[in-house]
Design a protein around this ligand. Structure first.
Ligand code: NAG
Ligand code: NAG
Ligand code: NAG
Ligand code: NAG
Ligand code: NAG
Ligand code: NAG
Ligand code: NAG
Ligand code: ZN
Length: 532
């Protein structure tokens, strides 16, 4: 007799033929009674094929048609992908199912990953300014500058602090456990290898031990994460470090075939060598100048960058109020480089958006435009005020949602995001390292991608967890989130969507898409000539 799947299949076909709902029952009965067993099997298989095809057309990239060159590259891609899936099904470790600190080496050996490194990935839209330049550069370059001092904090994590002094203070700073010490003296005393490794351990979440033991829960992971960011912040706000640091970040991203970036940050007031603090307006001016300078230096590789100013979400309302006003004024002064505003920091530990609703409504009350790029729903805790950040972000017309990890639990928020065409910024490795999900196949964005829901893939704070720039996250998305059948069309769509959902103006997007297309064409040729 007819089993439920059989009903479903014939109903599905009826729906595809736009038969009214009231006829569905009749339709399934007809299928059951009118076919002989041979015919019914054929019919079943055809129906099944139609459903499978329809499902795969929903996936991100599912409606893209690949041209003949793309099809040949795709054939290679899908062969190596199938090999990696087959090995995993035989019991080999599957990188997306492992903690990134355990899988990084495996990923680097993957042929899929090597192809993704070469792939023009478009834009990285969810990044934080103090965690986008490799720590190797930060340690080997910035911490080798003269007049740098350090201390270990009195906080629970024993965080590292840096400061530049021509003459160091002789009294202990209240936040420090000891007096400021000279970095170069300590390095000479301990040996550069030992000292620099100690710095790396202080400035990174990386561990060679079992990451689940070192970070048994999200709170432990966040504590180390925030403690790792402090010393980089101290270095980057030095005016002598700021520009080379940012330049190095963009250089590393173009080497990873990323052509455009949107960078969030607190607009740290820069410090001169004599300790004078400059204005945040000056910091923004430096960002704008350096972004443009970089585009001029690499016109064939880079479309530009924009800045998203962010306040910490545990601050007082007055601070958010003055930051929103500053954001409005910076948006006027730097319309091409200042994209908008966000609130950052661990959502589970800060204030929800609704706490700042008066301040966040200010621009619309003043009839002025301030694009928002809110982090929202970066939590496992359904039903909490944090979880509801998704709803406030959408009601405040956020341009995109940072993480949106909880969105699949909110049908109305999902519908709003779809109708407002608001993309979710998915950062797979970040969510894993910060303890939201262990096996990336269970990440909610797998559902989003299967439905072609607008998403962009980014890397959040890749330097802090030693995850390169964007390719590792793209690999995790392609292998872990999108499933075995996702192919080159999915990768192409993700790259194009990163430009489409950026804060670029229409004319900037058009130019960026042209540059991307050029890079895409040479990528196809490069792959085709290497697999001949
Ligand atoms: C740091 O990097 C800058 C810019 O790339 C370079 O000019 C400088 O020589 C480097 N300094 C050190 C100490 O490596
Ligand atoms: C998280 O892990 C730490 C150990 O690092 C432990 O002290 C703490 O109680 C745990 N917190 C929660 C909420 O489980
Ligand atoms: C920059 O683009 C040129 C071609 O336009 C390419 O040969 C070169 O490898 C690119 N450099 C980087 C760092 O991507
Ligand atoms: C510090 O340096 C800046 C220029 O970098 C200068 O304008 C300022 O006067 C100096 N301040 C002091 C206290 O020396
Ligand atoms: C920032 O500086 C520019 C000129 O350098 C000025 O026009 C603008 O009003 C300043 N904005 C703020 C918020 O201070
Ligand atoms: C709001 O600003 C727009 C232009 O940005 C203007 O067309 C509109 O009339 C303004 N509305 C009010 C109520 O001031
Ligand atoms: C969001 O956009 C809608 C539609 O354009 C508008 O009616 C509403 O006032 C906006 N909300 C805010 C807070 O700006
Ligand atoms: Zn973030």
């Amino acid at each position: 007799m007819c089993q439920p799947p059989c009903h479903f299949v014939s109903n599905e076909i009826c729906m595809m033929m736009s038969v009214p709902r009231w006829m569905l029952l009749i339709c399934s009965l007809v299928v059951v009674v009118t076919y002989s067993s041979q015919e019914s099997l054929q019919r079943y298989l055809a129906n099944r094929q139609a459903v499978v095809q329809k499902e795969s057309s929903h996936r991100t990239g599912g409606s893209l048609k690949l041209n003949s060159k793309e099809l040949r590259v795709n054939q290679y891609l899908m062969t190596v992908k199938a090999k990696e899936y087959a090995a995993a099904l035989q019991g080999a470790p599957f990188p997306p199912a492992q903690h990134f600190f355990k899988s990084k080496n495996l990923i680097e050996k993957s042929e899929v990953f090597q192809l993704i490194q070469l792939l023009p990935k478009g834009a990285a839209l969810h990044l934080h300014d103090i965690s986008i330049t490799s720590l190797n550069w930060v340690i080997k370059n910035a911490t080798y500058k003269a007049d740098l001092y350090f201390c270990v904090s009195t906080d629970a994590a024993g965080s590292l602090q840096f400061e530049f002094f021509s003459v160091p203070p002789t009294v202990k700073e209240s936040s420090c456990a000891v007096l400021w010490q000279s970095v170069s003296l300590a390095r000479n005393k301990q040996g550069a290898a030992v000292f620099d490794e100690w710095l790396f351990n202080k400035m990174s979440m990386w561990t060679d031990d079992d990451p689940k033991k070192v970070y048994p829960n999200s709170t432990a992971a966040w504590q180390k994460f925030e403690s790792s960011l402090g010393p980089v912040y101290d270095l980057v706000r030095n005016i002598g470090v700021f520009e080379p640091y940012l330049w190095q970040a963009m250089t590393e991203f173009i080497q990873d075939n990323v052509q455009y970036m949107e960078i969030r940050g607190l607009l740290p007031p820069l410090k001169t060598s004599n300790g004078t603090q400059l204005s945040r307006n000056y910091t923004m001016q430096k960002y704008a100048t350096i972004f443009d300078k970089f585009v001029s230096a690499y016109p064939g590789n880079f479309s530009g960058a924009k800045y998203i100013f962010s306040s910490k979400r545990h601050v007082a309302e007055e601070i958010v109020k003055s930051d929103v006003s500053l954001a409005l004024s910076l948006r006027d002064t730097y319309p091409d480089h200042f994209a908008g505003y966000d609130l950052v920091g661990r959502e589970d530990a800060g204030y929800p958006l609704i706490h700042f609703i008066q301040e966040l409504l200010l621009p619309s009350q003043l009839n002025r435009s301030l694009p928002y790029f809110f982090h929202a729903g970066e939590t496992d805790w359904e039903g909490t005020s944090i979880d509801e950040n998704l709803i406030d972000a959408l009601l405040l017309n956020t341009s995109r949602i940072g993480h949106g990890y909880a969105i699949t639990k909110h049908p109305v928020a999902m519908a709003m995001a779809l109708s407002q065409d608001t993309a979710i910024e998915v950062n797979p490795i970040s969510n894993q390292v910060l303890g939201l999900v262990d096996d990336l196949r269970n990440h909610p964005a797998a559902t989003l991608i299967s439905q072609g829901f607008p998403v962009v893939i980014s890397s959040d704070d890749p330097a802090t967890w030693n995850a390169g720039q964007l390719s590792y996250d793209f690999y995790q998305a392609f292998m872990g989130l999108a499933g075995e059948q996702a192919d080159l069309a999915t990768l192409k769509q993700l790259a194009q969507d990163s430009i489409r959902y950026s804060a670029m103006s229409n004319s900037e997007k058009k130019a960026a898409m042209q540059l991307w297309q050029k890079k895409w064409d040479s990528f196809l040729d490069e792959i085709l000539s290497s697999i001949k």
